[in-house]
Design a protein around this ligand. Sequence first.
Ligand code: ADP
Length: 389
Amino acid sequence: MWRVLKHFRRRAVSVTQQQVLEALKRVRSPRGVALPDAGVLSPITANDGKVFFSINVEASEARAWETTRAEAEAAVRAIPGVTMAMIALTAERKAGAAAAPAPRQGGVQPVSAHRPHQHQNPADSPMSRQAPIPGIAAVIAVASGKGGVGKSTTAINLALGLRDLGLKVGLLDADIYGPSVPRLTGLQEKPQLTPEKKMIPLSRFGLSIMSIGFLVEEDSALVWRGPMVMSAINQMLRDVAWGTLDVLVVDMPPGTGDAQLTLAQNVPLKGAVIVSTPQDLSLIDARRGLAMFRKVNVPVLGIIENMSYFQCPECGTRSDIFGHGGARHEAERLGVPFLGEIPLHMDIRSTSDAGNPVVESEPSGPHAAIYRTIASAVRDQLKDAIAAA
Ligand code: ADP
């Protein structure tokens, strides 16, 4: 029921929303009127040849709209200048309506933000509704309660640390609000498609990498509606030729809002790592992150304190300028593992920002050692899943 369109390439000229609407007028909807008049379209984003929108219908009607979605895809694709289209068919359950049957493969369940989630019974767990991704032993999330705490920097260095332990690792940048993997890796190109129309992840540092940033511009101000978020992420999870992986690290969007909750609930996660800075405020946010994963029965693998202390790049002296240690204390209090402390250091910033993260560029340095220690603590918790795959 949830399908997202593939992307494709053409020469880039600017495409307007009006052009998209004109093209969609030729697509008839199951309601007997032209698609733009059916009252089901989200706002259309047409950005530099890339077109995004969703068709929002009720769950019970979704099947009937699949053909319309495919025709809309063809119509948008035919517009000169379109380089990519991502069109989601989203089925939202009306409040109070009975749940739609769980999709068999690759499907997701809409989340109501306003209804408390009760998953005490393992049989109720949303995990049981999620199909695993064939070939991937463990999917883990790297999350933070708010932006700017170094979540993406941690995600990629953790992925590299896991790689250094001999694991086959993928990285999925699902940070729809600010995908940073293109910056962290220097990768810019669009993924190619297999003959089966699966996207081929880009390869860098021995990692298989996919980012929403490969599909949209890093700084484009896209407005993502909840259902579109999950459709796009689902496509990046399941319509990608990941091959065989021990671990897929998902760099989550920061925060604990509806989009994050939907993701946490619908991605088949084996666990989550929470990144926090020592400041009190960020710890409060981290607690929210913890609560979010617990709500959806995803095990929290631990907390990482980033920018934990300041390390002078010249003399190596350590200063606890932020009242360091808060995350360790908090982790103990909350009964989750404390995975480690990463200093605030110029080398971590400059290597990340230059597209060559510190575990890759300074493999025998002290920072790489810290990330590898954290990676092995994470790996130890995933051992069973990796061994069983
Ligand atoms: P987030 O994903 O939480 O928004 P980023 O990983 O993009 O955060 O990091 C934000 C900024 O902080 C980036 O410029 C990054 O290089 C820098 N940064 C992250 N962690 C560290 C660190 N431990 N030391 C120094 N700079 C860091």
